[in-house]
Design a protein around this ligand. Structure first.
Ligand code: SF4
Length: 117
């Protein structure tokens, strides 16, 4: 991961890992992680809406607070952290339908844009 990484795609990558590792015992982790992943996939395809941002934050906080073990309790960190520090990248995907790194695997349908840093 470096300055050329799409942070929305990075968050999605980490959710893939925690979704695969989730044992499924508790509902917040079992259903919250796939739901966040689905929203991120929608955003990287250029189909996101501005309402997805507060929804992701709400879901992330719920999964963090209500999951039984450390895997679930930390699973939303990449989402919440990238939203906190790279919100403009989310907004570029949703509003401008642009990814500053068009070559990102899941953002290939979006237009490239000037870096938003
Ligand atoms: S938070 Fe832990 S116990 Fe709950 S489903 Fe995830 S991995 Fe299993």
């Amino acid at each position: 991961m470096d300055e050329d990484s799409c942070m929305v795609d990075v968050a999605k990558f980490f959710l893939d890992f925690t979704r695969d590792e989730s044992c499924g015992k508790c509902t917040p982790c079992r259903t919250g992680i796939p739901e966040m992943k689905q929203i991120l996939t929608k955003i990287t395809k250029g189909e996101g809406t501005i309402e997805d941002i507060p929804l992701l934050e709400e879901l992330g906080k719920m999964v963090t607070a209500a999951s039984l073990c450390g895997l679930g309790q930390t699973s939303a960190n990449p989402v919440l952290s990238t939203l906190r520090h790279f919100r403009e990248e989310y907004e570029a995907h949703i509003i401008d339908k642009k990814c500053r790194l068009r070559s990102a695997r899941q953002c290939s349908r979006l237009l490239a844009s000037i870096p938003v840093r």
